[in-house]
Design a protein around this ligand. Structure first.
Ligand SMILES: O=C(O)c1ccccc1NCC(=O)[C@H](O)[C@H](O)COP(=O)(O)O
Length: 230
């Protein structure tokens, strides 16, 4: 079994279709100071999408692209995701933040993005794994928009080492799509795989929507690879 995490959900109908296509985790950007403006979701719509996740047994993930920990805690209290994903360009979770978050929102899990730029990512992942529940390995770091959403792959031998050594569930991201997700799973044995760019249709101005046929293919390819491993 491998978890399929799909970003970046913007519309309610799109959320329902992505769930029906096989996603296990739905990720979105709640309205905040950070991230691609066109991807930010108004909080009332986040409530509706997360309620649909709960109804269908899908894990609701909220990404934090702000660099302000107070704003992250406030947003977590407001939208109550199952997982808070931190990926800003200037702030990473530390032990004190993890403790504060869990006191503020009991039961919430914390996921820290690790920029896989070179082998030092392994030590960073091991450090975060001491107090985070999930590690997300990703590519691309942009000012203001944070780690990820680049559509680029990176050196998967580093992800494989992180999976082996960090001791926490690892979700692989960065340029994954129906064409390469099976290879990623076979090479790295992650807990989960994530896709944004290669399962979306992108429009001018940063707008995008999920390509549901590609989401379905991504989930099928991931499941097939995981069942072959099992
Ligand atoms: O979801 C977003 O809009 C977003 C914006 C900026 C940085 C990260 C973002 N999402 C986080 C994710 O986990 C992506 O799914 C992940 O980076 C994979 O992206 P891609 O390489 O485009 O598949």
């Amino acid at each position: 079994m491998v978890v399929k995490q799909i970003y970046s959900i913007i519309e309610y109908e799109e959320a329902l279709q992505t769930i029906a296509a096989g996603a296990d985790h739905l990720g979105l950007v709640p309205m905040q100071h950070g991230g691609v403006p066109a991807h930010r979701v108004p909080l009332e719509r986040v409530d509706k999408i997360f309620a649909a996740c709960r109804e269908h047994g899908v894990v609701a993930v909220a990404i934090m692209l702000t660099n302000d920990p107070d704003e992250m805690i406030e947003l977590a209290q407001r939208v109550k995701p199952d997982i808070l994903h931190i990926a800003g360009d200037g702030y990473a979770a530390d032990e004190a933040f993890a403790q504060r978050l869990k006191e503020a929102v009991p039961g919430i899990k914390l996921m820290q993005a690790v920029l896989v730029d070179n082998a030092t990512a392994i030590d960073r992942a091991k450090q975060y794994a001491q107090y985070c529940d999930f590690i997300l390995t990703d590519s691309g770091l942009a000012p203001d928009t944070g780690i990820g959403a680049s559509g680029l792959t990176h050196d998967w031998s580093i992800d494989a080492a992180i999976v082996r050594e960090c001791g926490k569930p690892v979700i692989m991201a960065g340029g994954l799509g129906p064409d390469n997700v099976a290879d990623a799973i076979k090479q790295c044995h992650p807990y989960g795989v994530d896709s944004l760019t290669k399962t979306s249709i992108k429009y001018e101005g940063g707008f995008m929507q999920k390509d549901i046929a590609l989401v379905k293919k991504f989930c099928e390819e991931a499941d097939r690879a995981a069942s072959q491993l099992a």
